[in-house]
Design a protein around this ligand. Structure first.
Ligand SMILES: [Ca+2]
Ligand SMILES: [Ca+2]
Ligand SMILES: [Ca+2]
Ligand SMILES: [Ca+2]
Length: 326
């Protein structure tokens, strides 16, 4: 007897559904948040960013009003919403344009992050509760996003190349290790920039691809001599990747016998990153640092070859990673 009841129970249920469909299907409408994405995939500080929430509607009757689909609660202190025509639901249901069961739509929030770091957002559809739903607990999503800023270092998980995010919101490649270390101090386990520890953030391929690529980073001006792989000529670097030919004798007189230890070799493919500009190089006090770098990069005196008076010349201090000003 017992086994018969089990077998027939689903039949009774089907019969009940057939006879009283309005009872069993009442209040079955549901909006559910399925996922959230960012455009660009890797948000940067002060960059216009879209937060796109993907939502599904299910229910035995279609939605004929936009009051619930266009009611999304969003708040985060570090995200400033921008008034934009794109803000809102991608559908606008009405009696003549109903939203059918099983339909996906998106709700877009446009704005910008005003601070970097890890942010946890909170997004809730139908926050005003204008739709009576079968499940009120699947309306909220709380995505986590790492917002990057100018000055951040990034890399891909399976690639050693390191990029710097600059104020132009683009990623710029350090073409090799010695170029990277012309700006930084310490070692790979503890990288320092201007005395502070810096970290290289590993980001996903999708995030990486969403950041535009800018020009490659040249060796820090005044801090090294460079040569190209295909030639033995030696150059001094000044300004923004400008170079000037320098003789071995001049290198020896500026930096002493150890000058060869500080020559960075640039691979052939990156030769075009540098601009030959001998005529632009002015070094009024003959300390090896160009006037423009003394003014704009090192804040030393372009008319005094030993700005901090410690008996070491400005150019030599920069070349051997000491401070020319303290
Ligand atoms: Ca729901
Ligand atoms: Ca100088
Ligand atoms: Ca000087
Ligand atoms: Ca000095």
């Amino acid at each position: 007897m017992r086994s018969k009841i089990i077998v027939f129970a689903p039949l009774f249920l089907l019969l009940a559904l057939f006879l009283f469909p309005s009872i069993s299907l009442a209040a079955d409408a549901d909006l559910s948040v399925e996922s959230v994405s960012f455009s660009p995939a890797q948000p940067l500080v002060n960059q216009t960013t879209k937060i796109i929430v993907r939502i599904k509607y299910t229910g035995s009757s279609s939605l004929t009003s936009n009051s619930s689909v266009n009611s999304l609660a969003f708040a985060h202190n570090d995200f400033q919403q921008i008034t934009s025509p794109e803000t809102g639901a991608s559908v606008n249901p009405s009696s003549s344009n109903p939203l059918y069961s099983g339909t996906y739509f998106t709700y877009t929030v446009v704005g910008k992050f005003i601070n970097a770091g890890t942010k946890t957002l909170s997004l809730k559809i139908d926050w005003a509760n204008s739709l009576d739903e079968s499940n009120e607990n699947n309306n909220l999503i709380m995505p986590k996003v790492d917002v990057l800023k100018s000055g951040d270092l990034i890399k891909l998980p399976n690639d050693s190349a390191i990029y710097l995010i600059k104020a132009d919101n683009q990623k710029h490649l350090f073409v090799n290790g010695p170029t990277f270390w012309s700006y930084h101090r310490g070692n790979w386990g503890a990288i320092k920039l201007d005395g502070s520890l810096v970290y290289i953030q590993q980001i996903s391929q999708t995030a990486f691809d969403s950041i535009a690529t800018g020009s490659n980073i040249g060796v820090k001006s005044g801090s090294r001599l460079i040569k190209f792989q295909n030639s033995s000529r030696i150059y001094t670097v000044f300004g923004l990747s400008k170079i000037k030919l320098i003789s071995d004798q001049t290198a020896l007189s500026l930096y002493g016998s150890k000058w060869k230890d500080k020559v960075v070799t640039i691979q052939n493919g990156f030769e075009a990153d540098y601009i030959r500009a001998d005529q632009d190089f002015f070094d009024s006090d003959s300390d090896g640092l160009s006037d423009e770098d003394e003014r704009n990069v090192y804040y030393t005196n372009p008319y005094n070859n030993d700005s901090d008076g410690d008996s070491y010349k400005d150019g030599s201090e920069v070349f051997f990673d000491y401070s020319p000003s303290i």
